[in-house]
Design a protein around this ligand. Structure first.
Ligand SMILES: Nc1ncnc2c1ncn2[C@@H]1O[C@H](COP(=O)(O)OP(=O)(O)OP(=O)(O)O)[C@@H](O)[C@H]1O
Length: 299
């Protein structure tokens, strides 16, 4: 146990000291020929914050992740990681790309050793980090199997572990639970919460909105290459209408979209002459947020 604690403090030494902002993107622009992928994209993330990026297919989420990881250059704007340009932020960023990119002929352990060494971990710290992730991401039983022979969910967990191996101050997780079963999803969410609790800033893209509630993420809504809204779940959902759904004995059901479902129900009960067989009152939720995005979809 002492060995484990000592190694952890070495790993944690990578977190930024006295830094308010881990990630700062300002007015990013990126075009691919006629396609505008990013257009005035700005985003900040501070230590301990989980920022959930949501938006439709093609909104620009992956392009942003690729710029932060120096896989592609922006046409305009700037991005810094703990004050450094993307190409100079070695060891500061852990990235789990949307598409799986593992070496099929080497084992899970060999992946973790490789990525850990590339990030500067050695011996005791590396062994401790592998042991910790083996438990956190339930990799123990598959640690010495070749990744080419693993299931999709097992490969997802392995890829996430390569991003987390050196406990970097910034984590970019691009749809880390895509296609994952409940066990993989929960393991991923638990480890993300744990790392944020330890001070990492996390950018987490997903189409599964309930994950962001569980992560208590601040949500950044992306549309057509820019952040169009940012806030907590409550802040974003509060302004959206809920619904009253009433069923009548001798008439068609009615669904009323309303900012005050309780008041609307009282008015309905006071004015309707038809016998009502059932009513459902629903406040706005994240699905409504997503639907409201679809209404204004222009990509
Ligand atoms: N290498 C590329 N060449 C040409 N167009 C590209 C390239 N990469 C992205 N695009 C285009 O840029 C836009 C933004 O794509 P991006 O992958 O960033 O969206 P996304 O929000 O991550 O989508 P998804 O939710 O489907 O992953 C899309 O119109 C896409 O077709």
């Amino acid at each position: 146990m002492r060995f484990y604690r000592g190694a952890r403090s070495t790993v944690r030494g990578l977190l930024p000291k006295g830094s308010d902002t881990v990630l700062e993107a300002l007015d990013l622009a990126k075009r691919y020929g006629p396609v505008t992928a990013l257009d005035g994209f700005s985003l900040k993330a501070v230590p301990g914050e989980i920022v959930g990026l949501v938006g439709h297919n093609g909104a620009g989420k992956t392009t942003f992740v690729e710029i932060v990881t120096a896989l592609t250059r922006p046409d305009g704007g700037s991005v810094t990681i703990d004050g450094k340009a993307p190409g100079k932020a070695k060891g500061l960023v852990g990235v789990a790309p949307q598409h799986l990119g593992l070496y099929p002929s080497i084992t899970v352990r060999e992946h973790l050793e490789l990525f850990g060494r590339l990030a500067g971990l050695r011996k005791v710290a590396l062994a401790a980090a592998i042991e910790e992730l083996g438990v956190a991401l339930r990799l123990g039983e598959i640690m010495d199997r070749r990744t080419g022979a693993l299931s999709g969910g097992q490969q997802r967990r392995t890829q996430a572990a390569t991003a987390l191996i050196n406990n970097p101050p910034l984590l970019l997780l691009d749809e880390p639970t895509a296609g994952a079963d409940q066990e993989t999803r929960q393991a991923m969410l638990d480890v993300v919460k744990q790392r944020a609790g330890e001070g990492a800033a996390v950018v987490y893209t997903t189409h599964y909105l309930p994950e962001l509630t569980e992560l208590q993420a601040t949500i950044a809504v992306i549309r057509a290459g820019r952040v169009i809204a940012r806030g907590t779940y409550e802040e974003l959902v509060d302004g959206l209408p809920g619904e009253v759904h009433a069923c009548f004995e001798d008439a068609e059901d009615v669904r009323i979209s309303t900012n005050d479902p309780t008041k609307t129900l009282i008015e309905l009960l006071a004015t309707t002459k038809q016998p009502i067989t059932s009513v459902e009152v629903r406040n706005a939720d994240l699905d409504d947020l997503y639907r409201s995005l679809a209404v204004g979809r222009d990509t």
